[in-house]
Design a protein. Structure first.
Length: 461
């Protein structure tokens, strides 16, 4: 029986580019990385929720704006990671190291500009967007958004390091970094929120100290660790090389615009959810953190897909890239099924750790079924397939599809369902599942053609 299982695994995952052991060796740390990240976020969100419903509401309202900053920085890391993966596929170490240096350069520069901008504009934005929110909620939201602008800059070097390690397939170091970053964040949150009762200030302190630790480890990997091919001399990060920056820009800009407009959509959703009351906003925040934890293993498969397909493209093995895109999507469905089956028996206990109000508790119970249905039926394709397309430099198509789906379905039809038809927060989540469905169809249609593979021919030679 064991021989049959091994043969099936080899036939499904092994190729001339990767062994099944290599694929599984990259996947397991990625799954652990994402699970650790989002489970810790779930637990810390529950601490904040238990501390004050005003606090979890405030953070929920401005979190999309924090994510706009993070997404813009991460987008350039993602663009660099595609380039790095392709040079790794070609085994061109000189250009690999130069690409890592230029990725670090643009990530740190963009991060500095965005941090200053967020700190300066935070409170006016909160007062303008959420004028109808309770005064306590607005005060906490403004404080959180402004200081997170500065704290986020501490994370920029880790973004660059993560992009490089992921591009070359050295996933274990990323997992160690995630454990250090989020484990320390969790422990600091217990101290500052549960023990010292510092509320929002405790959350900010926890973030700052955890990111100092995470960035210190990333600096070691980036500049001093002789056991990784990602180690580069510091000088490669200082001087801009427009040949590389143009390629990173071309790959990163579509993705950054996609992430920014997706998070702007989340800001619009938060703005009209405010009119439904604090319980609706709080239940939306609670369910978002639960959904992210359940979806984390499937998201990890998507990250693996970008690395694997990118290296296949770099090695000029387009048929193999297509094969892995399909097989890893199937694997994503299997992992999504396991995730949903594991969460079902403990769903009530997980919701209760947030100590929601009776009204929010009732809303969360119903939202969970919408969430799990979408995660099981359509989320894997909508998450994994665009990573395969992006790895082949088909960024414009994925960006256009994502933006149309988010704004037409999640935001536009979400408003119609939630406000016009009176479905409230349920309408938002129904349309989120609808958006995943439309995205899946569009990405599958693109995958069946050849245009996405032709895009990679125009990358830097």
């Amino acid at each position: 029986m064991q021989k049959e299982i091994k043969k099936a695994r080899e036939d499904f995952l092994a190729s001339s580019q990767f062994t099944s052991k290599q694929i599984i060796g990259m996947l397991i740390p990625l799954v652990l990385d994402q699970l650790f990240l989002y489970v810790i976020m779930l637990l810390t969100t529950s601490m904040i929720s238990a501390s004050s419903e005003d606090s979890v509401t405030a953070i929920s309202l401005v979190h999309p704006m924090v994510m706009i900053h993070t997404s813009l920085v991460t987008a350039f890391g993602t663009g660099g990671s595609v380039l790095i993966a392709q040079y790794m596929g070609r085994r061109d170490m000189k250009r690999l190291h130069e690409a890592i240096g230029q990725t670090t350069h643009i990530v740190m520069l963009m991060g500095l500009v965005l941090s200053i901008l967020q700190f300066v504009t935070a409170r006016p934005l909160v007062n303008w967007l959420y004028a109808s929110a309770a005064p306590a909620v607005k005060e906490k939201a403004g404080m959180y958004l402004s200081w997170m602008g500065l704290i986020n800059y501490l994370h920029c070097l880790r973004v660059a390091s993560t992009a490089a390690l992921r591009g070359v397939g050295e996933i274990k170091r990323n997992t160690i970094g995630t454990i250090v970053l989020n484990g320390s964040y969790f422990l600091f949150s217990i101290l500052f929120i549960n023990v010292l009762h510092l509320d929002i200030k405790g959350t900010l302190l926890s973030y700052a100290l955890a990111r100092v630790l995470g960035t210190s480890l990333s600096a070691y990997y980036h500049f001093f660790d002789k056991k990784t091919v990602c180690r580069i001399p510091f000088r490669l990060c200082l001087k801009p090389d427009w040949q590389y920056l143009r390629e990173i820009w071309k790959l990163g800009i579509p993705f950054s615009m996609e992430e920014v407009l997706i998070n702007l959509g989340a800001v619009v959703i938060s703005a009209y959810l405010v009119s439904l009351g604090t319980a609706s906003v709080a239940s939306h925040a609670i369910m978002t953190s639960i959904y992210q934890a359940v979806a984390a293993p499937t998201v990890a498969v998507g990250m693996l897909t970008a690395t694997v397909v990118g290296q296949c493209i770099g090695a000029r093995k387009n048929d193999l890239a297509r094969c892995y895109a399909r097989n890893l999507t199937v694997l994503g469905y299997g992992i999504a099924l396991v995730s949903v089956l594991l969460i079902l028996p403990i769903r009530h206990g997980i919701i209760n750790i947030y100590q929601p109000s009776p009204e929010a508790l009732a809303i969360c119970g119903k939202l969970l079924w919408i969430c799990l249905g979408g995660l099981l039926l359509v989320f894997p394709i909508s998450q994994i397939m665009p990573n395969a397309l992006r790895a082949a430099a088909d960024a414009k198509y994925t960006t256009a599809c994502s933006l149309i789906c988010v704004w037409a379905v999640r935001v536009g039809l979400g408003y119609v369902a939630a406000i016009v038809l009176g479905l409230g927060v349920y309408g938002v989540w129904l349309m989120m599942a609808g958006e995943w469905t439309v995205r899946s169809i569009l990405f599958l249609l693109r995958y069946r053609g050849n245009k996405w593979l032709e895009k990679s021919e125009h990358l830097l030679q």
